[in-house]
Design a protein around this ligand. Structure first.
Ligand code: XMP
Length: 319
């Protein structure tokens, strides 16, 4: 069945209005298309009764906070509340290596920060951009938990905010169509997905500040090279493309000396609904450019690999 963006907006705006009533609400803006669309719908529904909150977890892409502030301003969001949560998130994740534990800690930390903010403004509702794959993969109703998405399975059992999730039944391509209909800029509508737990699920094992900087730089190189190759027609633009860091070090040689350094995995996938994906066929010369740039520009990385696993049996993110 064809998805009608106009009908969806016509139905959903009054529904949000009815749910929130005369209460106040917070929207969790992460910078991705889902949360921007949820925020735009909520703003239409309840206007001045909405607080828009962005949390910098310290696990964001390079320069992300600045980019989100600019994107929010361009999208007409004037009263963005930007919270620096780096110390709290990294403190709580110190020494944690188990993927589900990381996800639960992050999910809970987000909620506690939103609750603190809600208390200040006497807010009753949290409006989130949760979409279908988030709750399907988080398990329940006889389904196995593939991974607890931070905004679903990662939520704490006890929370003081009531949830409103207007995009719950939608898939990413439908949310992108809504973004266009709502007049959001192309750069947001077409932005590649970024997981709520951020680089925590792209650093396999323990998270350290050193590793965060490595993945941020590696992700930026992968993004730049793939975007420029796609723009010049050298390859099809993947659904998602990024770098992840393995905890394993391998032996190499730099100049005349032995090195023993980290390994980066480059991941690029194509998909429609992200329930299944296949790895992108990137021309070898582009992979070579990515590998050369990563090992030249990030001196603590000595090896770069390309992930050729589909989903299933892999998932998009490493954890
Ligand atoms: P996986 O790794 O499950 O990812 O194949 C499917 C899509 O979801 C994104 N992802 C998340 N998004 N919260 C999110 O908002 C999460 O906890 C989360 N985990 C994965 C992932 O980037 C991919 O687009």
């Amino acid at each position: 069945m064809v998805f009608s963006t106009t009908k969806f907006i016509e139905q959903t705006v009054p529904e949000i209005k009815k749910t929130i009533g005369n209460e106040l609400a917070i929207t969790a803006l992460s910078g991705g298309v889902d949360s921007f669309v949820a925020t735009a719908l909520a703003a239409r529904a309840i206007g001045q009764n909405l607080y828009v909150v962005y949390v910098d977890t310290g696990l964001m892409r390079k320069d992300e906070t600045e980019k989100v502030k600019i994107a929010a301003k361009n999208a007409g969001i004037k009263n963005l509340i930007a919270i620096d949560g780096k110390t709290k998130f990294l403190g709580a994740l110190k020494g944690v290596t188990e993927p589900e534990k990381k996800r639960k800690i992050i999910g809970e930390m987000f909620i506690r920060i939103f609750e603190e903010e809600a208390k200040k403004h006497k807010v009753a509702y949290l409006i989130q951009g949760t979409i279908a794959p988030d709750w399907i993969e988080s398990g329940g109703l006889g389904r196995d938990t593939i991974k607890s998405h931070h905004n679903v399975g990662g939520l704490p059992e006890k929370m003081h905010l009531k949830l409103c999730e207007p995009l719950r039944e939608l898939y990413k391509h439908e949310v992108r169509a809504l973004a266009i209909e709502l007049g959001l800029p192309e750069s947001i509508a077409q932005r590649q997905p970024f997981p709520g737990p951020g680089l925590a699920v792209r650093i396999v094992g323990e998270i350290t500040e050193e590793k965060i900087l490595i993945v941020q730089d590696a992700c930026e190189i992968v993004e730049n090279e793939i975007e420029s190759a796609s723009k010049t027609g050298k390859m099809e633009k993947p659904w998602q493309y990024f770098a992840a860091l393995l905890p394993t070090r391998t032996v190499g040689v730099r100049g005349d000396e032995r090195s023993y350094q980290y390994t980066i995995i480059v991941r690029a996938v194509k998909s429609l609904d992200v329930m299944t994906v296949s790895f992108s066929h990137i021309p070898h010369e582009i992979l070579e450019r990515i590998s050369t740039r990563i090992t030249n520009e990030i001196r603590s990385v000595g090896r770069v690999t390309y992930d050729i696993t589909n989903k299933p049996p892999g998932t998009v993110e490493m954890e």
